[in-house]
Design a binder for this molecule. Sequence first.
Ligand code: ADP
Ligand code: ADP
Length: 219
Amino acid sequence: MRIILLGPPGAGKGTQAQFIMDAFNIPQISTGDMLRTAIKEGTELGMRVKDVMSSGGLVSDDIIIALVKERIQQADCQQGFLFDGFPRTVPQAQAMLDAGVHVDNVLEICVEDEAIVQRLGGRRVHEGSGRVYHIQYNPPKVAGKDDETGDDLIQREDDLEATIRKRLGIYHDQTEVLVDFYKNMGEAEALKAHAPAYHRVNGIGDVDEIRTKVLSMLK
Ligand code: ADP
Ligand code: ADP
């Protein structure tokens, strides 16, 4: 089972990714989480991407493609994987096709921009695991603490309103085209055999209701 989660920042990809991982027993490959870990660990990669990430820009395709290609070679990806936040540009999507990495399902989560600006201001994350909460819509059991480990939750530095708006602009300019990219694969003779099933879910509403819809679409 290979799945791509598409949708703007804040649509709920990371939130739903946790449920999909559990249901299908596949790892989540979140390029955002991988990059944040590299920054935290102070690796060479982390130093290269730090400034562009905190300003809300995209990391270069070369870096991202190399990172993902290496990650999917690992043993835990044998039975499948869930891409969350990748691909984000046409060159990234094309690089996977060129490498013969095909996916079974693309799931788009739709949320309009204004709802996203509100949501991301309240996002809190557990750095170690990528678990994500919202102070109002999806609160942890104990305020400010991760449910499983009790560690402190953090607010991401790119979750500031001006940066969120910049990220949304980049989504509309560079990532949204992937909706048609994957939808149209079924129509191109050469690509037909590898075209993924395409699903679309409204990301506004109760987290559990969306989870039920998502899991039934992927069954
Ligand atoms: P969100 O879903 O909230 O936008 P992510 O955790 O997916 O956040 O990404 C955070 C940041 O990491 C992005 O704004 C970008 O700087 C970088 N990033 C993550 N994935 C990619 C990617 N596939 N291509 C380029 N940059 C990426
Ligand atoms: P993405 O990975 O697409 O950037 P996240 O899963 O991190 O999105 O969700 C962004 C924020 O919105 C988080 O604070 C999360 O708890 C919250 N959230 C996720 N799904 C919903 C929902 N259905 N309704 C309200 N808030 C949600």
